[in-house]
Design a protein around this ligand. Sequence first.
Ligand SMILES: [Zn+2]
Ligand SMILES: [Zn+2]
Length: 248
Amino acid sequence: MYHITADYHTHTRYSHGKGTIEDNVLAARKKGLKRIAITDHGFGHIGFGIRPKDVDMMREEIQRLSLKYSDIDILLGIEANLIGMDGTIDIPEDHMDKFDIILMGFHKGAIPKSFKDTLDLFGRNAVSSFLPVDKDKTRKQNTKAMIKAIYRYPIRIITHPGAKIDIDTRLLAKHAAKRNVALEINASHGFMTAEYVRIAMREGASFVISSDAHHPSKVGDFETGIQIAMEAGLSPDRIVNAGIAKLT
Ligand SMILES: [Zn+2]
Ligand SMILES: [Zn+2]
């Protein structure tokens, strides 16, 4: 059994979560967590993305809460969107160091970088389920874009790899291991199957089990993720938030 001490992926009202930052912090403390990251959606997500001006407000709030609750680390993070085939994410360079931790994932609601990216990254993926597009090529392109992103930016976690977008798990895991980027076993999506975990394990990848809570009651709810990790026979020392939190 794993002892998970940190939840690195939680949403609040700043994007489309139901609770405040404090609600998530209180829920995490109740579950005995030692660290929580507030990771709302990147600026480019239509409707759900936080606004650049929210970042300073969130930081102030987190500073205030850190003084109030000294028994937990509260990190300001973001779940950035992959928006270009060249690995571009939706956080401008001058905003990168405003965050304690950067997560990156693929979301269909994000605005692509250019018209060509709309076709390649979004169009191709959108039609691949019902049109005979070259699935291998699509998978290769998606994987390449994600790999480029982790070499360009200080990304620490890839959220729900394989969800919403087809990727080559083995190749992504190989580069994630090289860049010390953790692959997420997402307890809400459940897309990372035990089989994927086994493939990624063999490439030396590290993992993080996250709740991806959109409601405070789900913060620290790792059950599905733990089951997947156990089924895969994943050793706790490969899980960055098991035992003493090792990220950042
Ligand atoms: Zn996500
Ligand atoms: Zn999320």
